[in-house]
Write a protein that binds this ligand. Structure first.
Ligand code: 16G
Ligand code: ZN
Length: 547
Protein backbone atom coordinates (compact mmCIF):
# COMPACT_ATOMS: atom_id res chain seq x y z
CA UNK A 1 0.00 0.00 0.00
CA UNK A 2 2.72 2.47 0.92
CA UNK A 3 4.45 1.56 -2.33
CA UNK A 4 1.44 2.76 -4.27
CA UNK A 5 1.26 5.92 -2.23
CA UNK A 6 4.92 6.57 -2.90
CA UNK A 7 4.43 6.23 -6.67
CA UNK A 8 1.30 8.35 -6.68
CA UNK A 9 2.93 11.10 -4.64
CA UNK A 10 6.02 11.37 -6.75
CA UNK A 11 4.20 11.13 -10.07
CA UNK A 12 1.88 13.94 -9.06
CA UNK A 13 4.96 16.10 -8.52
CA UNK A 14 6.23 15.40 -12.01
CA UNK A 15 3.27 15.58 -14.40
CA UNK A 16 3.52 14.65 -18.05
CA UNK A 17 3.28 17.59 -20.50
CA UNK A 18 0.00 17.66 -22.40
CA UNK A 19 0.04 15.70 -25.65
CA UNK A 20 3.57 14.29 -25.21
CA UNK A 21 3.98 11.06 -27.16
CA UNK A 22 7.28 9.20 -27.06
CA UNK A 23 8.72 5.90 -28.22
CA UNK A 24 11.76 4.10 -26.78
CA UNK A 25 12.88 3.60 -30.38
CA UNK A 26 16.33 2.39 -31.34
CA UNK A 27 18.19 4.21 -28.63
CA UNK A 28 15.92 5.29 -25.80
CA UNK A 29 13.66 8.30 -25.38
CA UNK A 30 14.77 11.55 -26.94
CA UNK A 31 13.26 14.97 -27.34
CA UNK A 32 13.25 18.59 -26.26
CA UNK A 33 14.88 18.58 -22.82
CA UNK A 34 12.16 20.85 -21.42
CA UNK A 35 9.55 18.15 -21.95
CA UNK A 36 11.44 15.19 -20.55
CA UNK A 37 11.26 15.43 -16.77
CA UNK A 38 8.31 13.06 -16.42
CA UNK A 39 9.82 10.64 -18.94
CA UNK A 40 13.12 10.47 -17.10
CA UNK A 41 11.35 10.07 -13.77
CA UNK A 42 9.32 7.18 -15.17
CA UNK A 43 12.36 5.48 -16.68
CA UNK A 44 13.87 5.81 -13.18
CA UNK A 45 11.00 3.67 -11.91
CA UNK A 46 11.46 1.21 -14.76
CA UNK A 47 15.15 0.80 -14.09
CA UNK A 48 14.55 0.09 -10.40
CA UNK A 49 12.01 -2.58 -11.40
CA UNK A 50 14.47 -4.01 -13.89
CA UNK A 51 17.09 -4.30 -11.15
CA UNK A 52 14.61 -6.04 -8.82
CA UNK A 53 13.58 -8.41 -11.58
CA UNK A 54 17.22 -9.40 -12.07
CA UNK A 55 18.05 -10.11 -8.43
CA UNK A 56 19.09 -6.54 -7.57
CA UNK A 57 21.78 -6.47 -10.25
CA UNK A 58 23.01 -2.95 -10.98
CA UNK A 59 21.24 -1.18 -13.84
CA UNK A 60 22.56 1.90 -15.65
CA UNK A 61 20.61 4.97 -16.63
CA UNK A 62 22.25 7.40 -19.03
CA UNK A 63 20.94 10.88 -19.66
CA UNK A 64 22.06 11.98 -23.10
CA UNK A 65 20.79 12.85 -26.55
CA UNK A 66 24.04 11.79 -28.22
CA UNK A 67 24.65 13.76 -31.44
CA UNK A 68 21.40 15.74 -31.26
CA UNK A 69 21.27 19.47 -30.59
CA UNK A 70 22.15 20.80 -27.16
CA UNK A 71 18.56 21.76 -26.28
CA UNK A 72 17.50 18.11 -26.64
CA UNK A 73 18.11 15.40 -24.12
CA UNK A 74 17.22 11.77 -23.70
CA UNK A 75 17.48 8.70 -21.56
CA UNK A 76 18.47 5.11 -22.12
CA UNK A 77 18.85 2.10 -19.90
CA UNK A 78 21.81 -0.25 -19.61
CA UNK A 79 21.08 -3.84 -18.63
CA UNK A 80 23.37 -5.57 -16.07
CA UNK A 81 25.53 -6.97 -18.90
CA UNK A 82 26.31 -3.40 -19.99
CA UNK A 83 24.26 -3.93 -23.14
CA UNK A 84 21.06 -2.16 -24.12
CA UNK A 85 17.81 -2.74 -22.21
CA UNK A 86 16.25 -6.05 -23.22
CA UNK A 87 13.83 -5.47 -26.09
CA UNK A 88 11.18 -7.39 -24.15
CA UNK A 89 10.83 -4.43 -21.81
CA UNK A 90 10.55 -1.76 -24.50
CA UNK A 91 6.75 -1.95 -24.78
CA UNK A 92 6.47 -1.35 -21.02
CA UNK A 93 8.84 1.60 -21.36
CA UNK A 94 6.58 3.06 -24.06
CA UNK A 95 3.45 2.48 -22.00
CA UNK A 96 4.63 4.15 -18.83
CA UNK A 97 6.34 7.02 -20.64
CA UNK A 98 3.02 7.86 -22.28
CA UNK A 99 0.65 7.24 -19.35
CA UNK A 100 -1.44 10.40 -19.20
CA UNK A 101 -2.17 10.51 -15.45
CA UNK A 102 -0.64 9.33 -12.15
CA UNK A 103 -3.53 6.89 -11.80
CA UNK A 104 -2.90 5.31 -15.19
CA UNK A 105 0.82 5.20 -14.53
CA UNK A 106 0.39 3.40 -11.23
CA UNK A 107 -2.04 0.86 -12.60
CA UNK A 108 0.28 0.08 -15.54
CA UNK A 109 3.11 -0.46 -13.08
CA UNK A 110 0.96 -2.68 -10.84
CA UNK A 111 -0.10 -4.82 -13.76
CA UNK A 112 3.45 -5.18 -15.03
CA UNK A 113 4.92 -5.95 -11.62
CA UNK A 114 2.35 -8.70 -11.19
CA UNK A 115 2.90 -10.16 -14.64
CA UNK A 116 6.69 -10.15 -14.24
CA UNK A 117 6.46 -11.38 -10.63
CA UNK A 118 8.67 -8.62 -9.34
CA UNK A 119 8.94 -8.55 -5.55
CA UNK A 120 9.08 -5.00 -4.20
CA UNK A 121 10.33 -4.31 -0.69
CA UNK A 122 8.73 -7.44 0.74
CA UNK A 123 11.33 -8.54 3.21
CA UNK A 124 13.21 -5.84 5.02
CA UNK A 125 16.45 -7.77 4.79
CA UNK A 126 16.35 -8.35 1.06
CA UNK A 127 18.61 -6.17 -1.06
CA UNK A 128 16.72 -3.55 -3.02
CA UNK A 129 17.29 -2.21 -6.52
CA UNK A 130 20.49 -0.38 -7.47
CA UNK A 131 20.65 2.08 -10.34
CA UNK A 132 23.75 3.96 -11.48
CA UNK A 133 23.04 7.29 -13.16
CA UNK A 134 25.25 9.10 -15.63
CA UNK A 135 24.80 12.17 -17.82
CA UNK A 136 26.60 13.96 -20.60
CA UNK A 137 27.55 17.65 -20.52
CA UNK A 138 24.13 19.04 -21.51
CA UNK A 139 23.01 21.83 -19.16
CA UNK A 140 19.61 20.13 -18.75
CA UNK A 141 21.29 16.95 -17.51
CA UNK A 142 21.54 17.87 -13.88
CA UNK A 143 17.86 18.53 -13.24
CA UNK A 144 16.84 15.53 -15.33
CA UNK A 145 19.16 13.39 -13.26
CA UNK A 146 17.33 14.57 -10.13
CA UNK A 147 14.04 13.49 -11.73
CA UNK A 148 15.51 10.06 -12.46
CA UNK A 149 16.62 9.79 -8.81
CA UNK A 150 13.09 10.54 -7.64
CA UNK A 151 11.80 7.82 -9.95
CA UNK A 152 14.27 5.23 -8.65
CA UNK A 153 13.67 6.17 -5.01
CA UNK A 154 9.92 5.95 -5.35
CA UNK A 155 10.33 2.17 -5.67
CA UNK A 156 10.74 1.19 -2.03
CA UNK A 157 14.17 0.04 -0.93
CA UNK A 158 15.91 1.23 -4.11
CA UNK A 159 19.09 3.26 -4.32
CA UNK A 160 20.12 5.63 -7.09
CA UNK A 161 23.80 6.47 -7.30
CA UNK A 162 24.89 9.58 -9.20
CA UNK A 163 28.08 8.71 -11.10
CA UNK A 164 28.38 12.24 -12.49
CA UNK A 165 29.30 13.33 -16.00
CA UNK A 166 30.35 10.34 -18.11
CA UNK A 167 30.45 9.18 -21.70
CA UNK A 168 27.67 6.71 -22.53
CA UNK A 169 30.16 3.85 -23.02
CA UNK A 170 31.84 4.61 -19.69
CA UNK A 171 28.57 4.08 -17.85
CA UNK A 172 27.85 0.85 -19.75
CA UNK A 173 31.39 -0.35 -19.01
CA UNK A 174 31.06 0.46 -15.31
CA UNK A 175 27.70 -1.30 -15.00
CA UNK A 176 29.11 -4.40 -16.66
CA UNK A 177 32.22 -4.39 -14.46
CA UNK A 178 30.15 -3.89 -11.30
CA UNK A 179 27.93 -6.87 -12.08
CA UNK A 180 30.97 -9.01 -12.82
CA UNK A 181 32.40 -8.13 -9.42
CA UNK A 182 35.32 -6.20 -10.97
CA UNK A 183 36.64 -2.72 -10.19
CA UNK A 184 34.01 -0.42 -11.64
CA UNK A 185 35.05 3.17 -10.93
CA UNK A 186 35.90 5.69 -13.61
CA UNK A 187 39.52 5.30 -12.58
CA UNK A 188 39.30 1.55 -13.17
CA UNK A 189 38.02 2.32 -16.65
CA UNK A 190 40.91 4.68 -17.41
CA UNK A 191 43.46 2.26 -15.97
CA UNK A 192 42.06 -0.64 -17.93
CA UNK A 193 42.34 1.33 -21.16
CA UNK A 194 45.81 2.70 -20.58
CA UNK A 195 47.24 -0.64 -19.38
CA UNK A 196 45.95 -2.65 -22.32
CA UNK A 197 46.97 0.12 -24.73
CA UNK A 198 50.51 0.03 -23.35
CA UNK A 199 50.53 -3.74 -23.59
CA UNK A 200 49.68 -3.54 -27.30
CA UNK A 201 52.32 -0.84 -27.84
CA UNK A 202 54.94 -3.05 -26.20
CA UNK A 203 53.98 -5.87 -28.56
CA UNK A 204 54.63 -3.86 -31.72
CA UNK A 205 57.27 -5.69 -33.77
CA UNK A 206 60.67 -3.95 -33.80
CA UNK A 207 59.19 -1.26 -31.63
CA UNK A 208 60.61 1.87 -33.21
CA UNK A 209 57.57 3.61 -34.55
CA UNK A 210 57.44 7.22 -35.48
CA UNK A 211 54.62 8.89 -33.67
CA UNK A 212 52.70 11.45 -35.63
CA UNK A 213 50.21 13.93 -34.29
CA UNK A 214 46.55 13.02 -33.81
CA UNK A 215 43.95 15.78 -33.66
CA UNK A 216 40.76 14.96 -31.75
CA UNK A 217 37.43 16.72 -32.28
CA UNK A 218 35.50 16.28 -29.02
CA UNK A 219 32.18 17.60 -30.47
CA UNK A 220 32.15 20.12 -27.58
CA UNK A 221 30.93 17.26 -25.44
CA UNK A 222 32.07 14.84 -22.79
CA UNK A 223 34.46 12.73 -24.89
CA UNK A 224 37.14 15.38 -25.42
CA UNK A 225 37.18 16.11 -21.70
CA UNK A 226 37.56 12.46 -20.78
CA UNK A 227 40.42 11.76 -23.16
CA UNK A 228 42.09 14.87 -21.83
CA UNK A 229 41.78 13.45 -18.32
CA UNK A 230 43.51 10.24 -19.29
CA UNK A 231 46.16 11.60 -21.64
CA UNK A 232 48.77 11.70 -18.87
CA UNK A 233 48.65 7.92 -18.66
CA UNK A 234 48.90 7.38 -22.42
CA UNK A 235 52.43 7.04 -23.69
CA UNK A 236 53.19 6.81 -27.43
CA UNK A 237 50.47 9.23 -28.43
CA UNK A 238 50.88 12.81 -29.58
CA UNK A 239 47.39 14.14 -28.94
CA UNK A 240 45.91 17.54 -29.54
CA UNK A 241 42.33 17.87 -28.40
CA UNK A 242 39.97 20.48 -29.81
CA UNK A 243 36.28 21.21 -29.29
CA UNK A 244 36.36 20.17 -25.66
CA UNK A 245 33.47 22.51 -24.95
CA UNK A 246 35.74 24.92 -23.10
CA UNK A 247 36.60 26.97 -26.18
CA UNK A 248 33.09 28.40 -26.36
CA UNK A 249 31.69 26.13 -29.07
CA UNK A 250 28.23 24.56 -28.86
CA UNK A 251 27.70 20.82 -28.39
CA UNK A 252 27.34 19.03 -31.75
CA UNK A 253 27.05 22.32 -33.67
CA UNK A 254 29.20 22.08 -36.79
CA UNK A 255 31.39 19.57 -34.96
CA UNK A 256 31.51 15.89 -34.07
CA UNK A 257 31.29 12.47 -35.69
CA UNK A 258 27.71 12.76 -36.91
CA UNK A 259 28.40 16.09 -38.62
CA UNK A 260 31.67 14.97 -40.22
CA UNK A 261 30.26 11.63 -41.40
CA UNK A 262 27.09 13.11 -42.90
CA UNK A 263 28.52 16.31 -44.40
CA UNK A 264 32.03 15.09 -45.22
CA UNK A 265 33.41 18.54 -44.37
CA UNK A 266 35.85 19.75 -41.69
CA UNK A 267 34.39 20.43 -38.26
CA UNK A 268 34.69 23.91 -36.73
CA UNK A 269 38.09 24.47 -35.18
CA UNK A 270 39.88 22.61 -37.99
CA UNK A 271 41.25 24.11 -41.15
CA UNK A 272 43.90 24.33 -43.81
CA UNK A 273 46.74 24.39 -41.32
CA UNK A 274 45.77 20.77 -40.57
CA UNK A 275 46.24 19.44 -44.11
CA UNK A 276 47.40 15.83 -44.04
CA UNK A 277 47.09 15.48 -40.26
CA UNK A 278 45.24 12.43 -38.89
CA UNK A 279 42.02 13.59 -37.20
CA UNK A 280 39.36 11.78 -35.17
CA UNK A 281 35.83 12.95 -34.32
CA UNK A 282 33.67 11.79 -31.40
CA UNK A 283 29.95 12.39 -31.12
CA UNK A 284 28.34 14.22 -28.17
CA UNK A 285 28.35 11.24 -25.80
CA UNK A 286 31.45 9.57 -27.30
CA UNK A 287 29.94 6.31 -28.46
CA UNK A 288 30.73 7.06 -32.10
CA UNK A 289 34.10 7.51 -33.76
CA UNK A 290 35.15 8.46 -37.27
CA UNK A 291 38.51 9.54 -38.66
CA UNK A 292 39.22 12.06 -41.39
CA UNK A 293 41.96 14.15 -42.97
CA UNK A 294 42.15 17.17 -45.22
CA UNK A 295 43.90 15.85 -48.34
CA UNK A 296 45.31 19.10 -49.73
CA UNK A 297 45.18 22.86 -49.50
CA UNK A 298 43.01 22.89 -52.61
CA UNK A 299 40.36 20.58 -51.15
CA UNK A 300 38.58 23.49 -49.45
CA UNK A 301 36.50 22.27 -46.53
CA UNK A 302 36.03 18.75 -47.96
CA UNK A 303 37.57 15.89 -46.01
CA UNK A 304 38.56 12.33 -46.79
CA UNK A 305 36.37 10.35 -44.41
CA UNK A 306 37.36 7.08 -42.73
CA UNK A 307 34.03 5.89 -41.37
CA UNK A 308 32.89 2.97 -39.24
CA UNK A 309 33.35 0.60 -42.18
CA UNK A 310 36.99 1.57 -42.52
CA UNK A 311 37.59 1.23 -38.78
CA UNK A 312 35.95 -2.18 -38.91
CA UNK A 313 38.18 -3.20 -41.81
CA UNK A 314 41.31 -2.12 -39.96
CA UNK A 315 40.28 -4.06 -36.84
CA UNK A 316 39.37 -7.13 -38.90
CA UNK A 317 42.68 -7.08 -40.72
CA UNK A 318 44.68 -6.84 -37.49
CA UNK A 319 42.74 -9.58 -35.72
CA UNK A 320 42.92 -11.84 -38.76
CA UNK A 321 46.68 -11.33 -38.79
CA UNK A 322 46.93 -12.54 -35.18
CA UNK A 323 44.75 -15.56 -35.91
CA UNK A 324 46.93 -16.41 -38.91
CA UNK A 325 50.02 -16.26 -36.73
CA UNK A 326 48.30 -18.70 -34.41
CA UNK A 327 47.97 -21.01 -37.37
CA UNK A 328 44.26 -20.72 -37.02
CA UNK A 329 41.92 -22.46 -39.38
CA UNK A 330 41.19 -26.07 -40.16
CA UNK A 331 43.92 -28.22 -38.71
CA UNK A 332 45.69 -25.10 -37.49
CA UNK A 333 48.72 -25.51 -35.29
CA UNK A 334 46.89 -24.56 -32.16
CA UNK A 335 44.13 -26.97 -32.97
CA UNK A 336 41.29 -24.49 -32.79
CA UNK A 337 39.34 -22.84 -35.51
CA UNK A 338 38.22 -19.51 -34.13
CA UNK A 339 34.97 -18.19 -35.43
CA UNK A 340 35.73 -14.62 -36.45
CA UNK A 341 32.72 -12.76 -37.82
CA UNK A 342 31.94 -9.23 -38.85
CA UNK A 343 28.54 -7.58 -38.68
CA UNK A 344 27.45 -4.63 -40.80
CA UNK A 345 24.17 -2.97 -41.71
CA UNK A 346 22.68 -2.28 -45.13
CA UNK A 347 24.36 1.15 -44.92
CA UNK A 348 27.83 -0.39 -45.09
CA UNK A 349 29.59 0.78 -48.21
CA UNK A 350 29.58 -2.04 -50.77
CA UNK A 351 33.32 -1.63 -51.26
CA UNK A 352 33.90 -2.40 -47.56
CA UNK A 353 31.80 -5.55 -47.73
CA UNK A 354 33.74 -6.71 -50.80
CA UNK A 355 37.00 -6.01 -49.01
CA UNK A 356 35.99 -7.99 -45.92
CA UNK A 357 34.79 -10.93 -47.99
CA UNK A 358 38.00 -10.89 -49.93
CA UNK A 359 39.85 -11.19 -46.60
CA UNK A 360 37.95 -14.46 -46.28
CA UNK A 361 35.69 -13.20 -43.51
CA UNK A 362 32.20 -14.23 -42.63
CA UNK A 363 30.09 -11.05 -43.14
CA UNK A 364 26.65 -10.94 -41.49
CA UNK A 365 24.05 -8.20 -41.78
CA UNK A 366 21.83 -6.82 -39.04
CA UNK A 367 19.05 -4.30 -38.81
CA UNK A 368 20.10 -0.69 -38.07
CA UNK A 369 20.55 0.07 -34.35
CA UNK A 370 23.34 -1.02 -32.06
CA UNK A 371 21.33 -3.62 -30.17
CA UNK A 372 20.75 -5.59 -33.36
CA UNK A 373 24.39 -5.60 -34.43
CA UNK A 374 25.58 -6.41 -30.92
CA UNK A 375 23.30 -9.43 -30.69
CA UNK A 376 24.60 -10.87 -33.98
CA UNK A 377 28.24 -10.20 -33.16
CA UNK A 378 27.86 -12.04 -29.86
CA UNK A 379 27.28 -15.26 -31.83
CA UNK A 380 30.96 -15.47 -32.80
CA UNK A 381 34.15 -16.20 -30.81
CA UNK A 382 35.30 -12.79 -31.99
CA UNK A 383 32.56 -10.63 -33.45
CA UNK A 384 33.38 -7.21 -34.88
CA UNK A 385 30.48 -4.90 -35.58
CA UNK A 386 30.27 -1.36 -36.89
CA UNK A 387 27.68 0.95 -38.32
CA UNK A 388 29.02 3.26 -41.02
CA UNK A 389 28.23 6.15 -38.65
CA UNK A 390 31.04 5.04 -36.33
CA UNK A 391 29.30 3.04 -33.63
CA UNK A 392 30.87 -0.34 -33.07
CA UNK A 393 33.17 -2.57 -31.08
CA UNK A 394 34.79 -6.02 -30.98
CA UNK A 395 33.16 -8.70 -28.84
CA UNK A 396 35.03 -11.70 -27.44
CA UNK A 397 32.98 -14.61 -26.12
CA UNK A 398 33.67 -15.70 -22.54
CA UNK A 399 34.70 -19.17 -23.64
CA UNK A 400 37.08 -17.80 -26.24
CA UNK A 401 38.76 -15.50 -23.71
CA UNK A 402 39.19 -18.47 -21.38
CA UNK A 403 40.81 -20.37 -24.22
CA UNK A 404 43.10 -17.43 -25.08
CA UNK A 405 44.21 -16.92 -21.50
CA UNK A 406 45.00 -20.63 -21.12
CA UNK A 407 46.99 -20.54 -24.37
CA UNK A 408 48.88 -17.48 -23.19
CA UNK A 409 50.10 -19.45 -20.15
CA UNK A 410 50.98 -22.50 -22.20
CA UNK A 411 52.90 -20.95 -25.10
CA UNK A 412 56.58 -20.04 -24.91
CA UNK A 413 57.12 -16.42 -23.93
CA UNK A 414 58.58 -14.40 -26.77
CA UNK A 415 57.34 -16.76 -29.50
CA UNK A 416 55.29 -15.26 -32.33
CA UNK A 417 52.28 -17.34 -31.23
CA UNK A 418 52.57 -16.04 -27.68
CA UNK A 419 52.70 -12.47 -28.94
CA UNK A 420 49.65 -13.00 -31.14
CA UNK A 421 47.65 -14.46 -28.25
CA UNK A 422 48.78 -11.65 -25.97
CA UNK A 423 47.67 -9.08 -28.52
CA UNK A 424 44.22 -10.64 -28.73
CA UNK A 425 43.90 -10.69 -24.93
CA UNK A 426 44.97 -7.04 -24.78
CA UNK A 427 42.45 -6.09 -27.50
CA UNK A 428 39.68 -7.77 -25.50
CA UNK A 429 40.64 -5.67 -22.47
CA UNK A 430 41.06 -2.45 -24.40
CA UNK A 431 37.96 -2.42 -26.54
CA UNK A 432 34.71 -1.87 -24.65
CA UNK A 433 32.82 -5.18 -24.40
CA UNK A 434 29.57 -3.46 -23.45
CA UNK A 435 28.97 -1.00 -26.32
CA UNK A 436 30.82 0.94 -29.00
CA UNK A 437 33.19 3.40 -27.36
CA UNK A 438 34.98 6.23 -29.17
CA UNK A 439 37.79 6.39 -26.59
CA UNK A 440 38.70 2.73 -26.63
CA UNK A 441 38.11 2.54 -30.39
CA UNK A 442 40.49 5.44 -30.94
CA UNK A 443 43.21 3.78 -28.87
CA UNK A 444 42.84 0.55 -30.83
CA UNK A 445 43.03 2.38 -34.18
CA UNK A 446 46.12 4.26 -33.03
CA UNK A 447 48.00 1.18 -31.86
CA UNK A 448 47.13 -0.77 -35.01
CA UNK A 449 48.37 2.07 -37.23
CA UNK A 450 51.63 2.09 -35.27
CA UNK A 451 51.81 -1.70 -35.50
CA UNK A 452 51.38 -1.59 -39.28
CA UNK A 453 53.56 1.50 -39.64
CA UNK A 454 50.74 3.13 -41.59
CA UNK A 455 49.75 6.73 -42.17
CA UNK A 456 46.08 7.66 -42.31
CA UNK A 457 46.34 7.82 -46.14
CA UNK A 458 47.74 4.31 -46.26
CA UNK A 459 44.90 3.06 -44.08
CA UNK A 460 42.38 4.85 -46.31
CA UNK A 461 43.73 2.93 -49.30
CA UNK A 462 42.49 -0.43 -47.97
CA UNK A 463 39.64 0.08 -50.42
CA UNK A 464 37.94 3.01 -52.11
CA UNK A 465 34.38 3.82 -51.02
CA UNK A 466 31.72 3.61 -53.70
CA UNK A 467 29.96 6.98 -54.13
CA UNK A 468 26.73 6.97 -52.16
CA UNK A 469 23.75 9.18 -51.41
CA UNK A 470 21.25 9.24 -48.57
CA UNK A 471 17.98 11.12 -48.65
CA UNK A 472 14.98 11.19 -46.41
CA UNK A 473 11.43 11.28 -47.66
CA UNK A 474 8.59 12.69 -45.56
CA UNK A 475 5.58 10.43 -45.79
CA UNK A 476 2.19 10.39 -44.08
CA UNK A 477 2.90 7.00 -42.51
CA UNK A 478 6.39 5.55 -42.43
CA UNK A 479 5.10 2.23 -41.04
CA UNK A 480 3.71 1.53 -44.51
CA UNK A 481 7.27 0.53 -45.36
CA UNK A 482 8.16 -2.93 -44.06
CA UNK A 483 11.53 -4.48 -44.82
CA UNK A 484 13.27 -7.83 -44.48
CA UNK A 485 15.19 -8.36 -41.24
CA UNK A 486 18.40 -7.10 -42.81
CA UNK A 487 16.62 -4.07 -44.28
CA UNK A 488 18.07 -4.73 -47.71
CA UNK A 489 14.67 -5.32 -49.34
CA UNK A 490 11.21 -3.85 -48.92
CA UNK A 491 8.31 -6.27 -48.43
CA UNK A 492 5.70 -3.51 -48.28
CA UNK A 493 4.21 -1.54 -49.99
CA UNK A 494 3.60 -4.49 -52.29
CA UNK A 495 5.50 -4.27 -55.53
CA UNK A 496 7.79 -1.42 -54.51
CA UNK A 497 10.84 -3.69 -54.41
CA UNK A 498 10.31 -4.61 -58.06
CA UNK A 499 10.36 -0.91 -58.88
CA UNK A 500 13.57 -0.41 -56.86
CA UNK A 501 15.20 -3.41 -58.56
CA UNK A 502 14.33 -2.01 -61.98
CA UNK A 503 16.08 1.26 -61.07
CA UNK A 504 19.14 -0.53 -59.67
CA UNK A 505 19.47 -2.49 -62.94
CA UNK A 506 20.19 0.74 -64.78
CA UNK A 507 23.48 1.43 -62.99
CA UNK A 508 26.93 -0.11 -62.76
CA UNK A 509 27.51 -1.35 -59.23
CA UNK A 510 24.10 0.02 -58.30
CA UNK A 511 22.59 -0.82 -54.92
CA UNK A 512 19.70 0.86 -53.11
CA UNK A 513 17.26 0.24 -50.27
CA UNK A 514 14.56 1.98 -48.30
CA UNK A 515 13.72 1.71 -44.59
CA UNK A 516 11.52 3.52 -42.11
CA UNK A 517 13.60 5.59 -39.69
CA UNK A 518 13.60 4.43 -36.08
CA UNK A 519 14.16 7.94 -34.76
CA UNK A 520 12.32 10.33 -37.09
CA UNK A 521 9.05 10.37 -38.96
CA UNK A 522 10.61 9.72 -42.37
CA UNK A 523 11.52 6.95 -44.79
CA UNK A 524 15.24 6.80 -45.57
CA UNK A 525 16.67 6.06 -48.99
CA UNK A 526 20.22 4.85 -49.53
CA UNK A 527 21.85 4.39 -52.93
CA UNK A 528 25.34 3.71 -54.18
CA UNK A 529 26.80 3.33 -57.66
CA UNK A 530 30.09 3.65 -59.49
CA UNK A 531 29.85 7.44 -59.88
CA UNK A 532 28.41 10.17 -57.67
CA UNK A 533 26.03 11.28 -60.43
CA UNK A 534 24.69 7.75 -60.69
CA UNK A 535 24.34 7.36 -56.93
CA UNK A 536 22.43 10.66 -56.75
CA UNK A 537 20.21 9.77 -59.65
CA UNK A 538 19.46 6.28 -58.29
CA UNK A 539 18.59 7.73 -54.87
CA UNK A 540 16.29 10.28 -56.46
CA UNK A 541 14.41 7.80 -58.57
CA UNK A 542 13.94 5.43 -55.62
CA UNK A 543 12.69 8.37 -53.54
CA UNK A 544 10.10 9.04 -56.25
CA UNK A 545 8.80 5.50 -55.79
CA UNK A 546 8.38 6.10 -52.05
CA UNK A 547 6.48 9.38 -52.41
C1 16G B 1 20.12 5.41 -33.30
C2 16G B 1 21.05 4.24 -33.11
C3 16G B 1 22.06 4.18 -34.23
C4 16G B 1 21.35 4.14 -35.57
C5 16G B 1 20.39 5.29 -35.70
C6 16G B 1 19.53 5.14 -36.93
C7 16G B 1 21.94 3.31 -31.04
C8 16G B 1 22.75 3.56 -29.80
N1 16G B 1 21.80 4.36 -31.85
O1 16G B 1 20.80 6.62 -33.18
O2 16G B 1 22.80 3.01 -34.04
O3 16G B 1 22.28 4.21 -36.61
O4 16G B 1 19.52 5.30 -34.57
O5 16G B 1 18.58 6.16 -36.99
O6 16G B 1 21.43 2.23 -31.27
P1 16G B 1 17.36 6.09 -37.99
O7 16G B 1 16.57 4.84 -37.66
O8 16G B 1 16.61 7.35 -37.79
O9 16G B 1 17.92 6.00 -39.37
ZN1 ZN C 1 26.15 8.84 -29.39
Amino acid sequence: QSQIASLLNSSELIPIPEGLKLSYGTAGFRGDAKLLESTVYRVGILSALRSLKLGSATIGLMITASHNQVSDNGIKVSDPSGGMLSQEWEPFADQIANASSPGELVSLIREFVEKEEIAIGEEKKKKGAEVWLGRDTRPSGESLLRAAEIGVSSVLGSVAIDMGILTTPQLHWMVRAKNKGLGATENDYFENLSTSFKCLIDLIPNNKVEISKLLVDGANGVGGQKIEEMRGSLSNLDLEIRNTGREGGVLNEGVGADFVQKEKVVPLGFGLSDVGVRCASFDGDADRLVYFYIPSVSSGNKVELLDGDKILSLFALFIKEQLNTLGDGDGGKEGKKSRLGVVQTAYANGASTDYLKQLGLDVAFAKTGVKHLHEKAAEFDIGIYFEANGHGTVLFSESYITWLVAKQKELTQGSEEHKAVSRLVAVSNLINQAVGDALSGLLLVEVILQHMGWSVEKWNELYEDLPSRQIKVEVPDRTAVVTTSEETEALKPLGIQDGINAEIEKYTRGRAFIRPSGTEDVVRVYAEASTQEDADSLANSVAQLVK
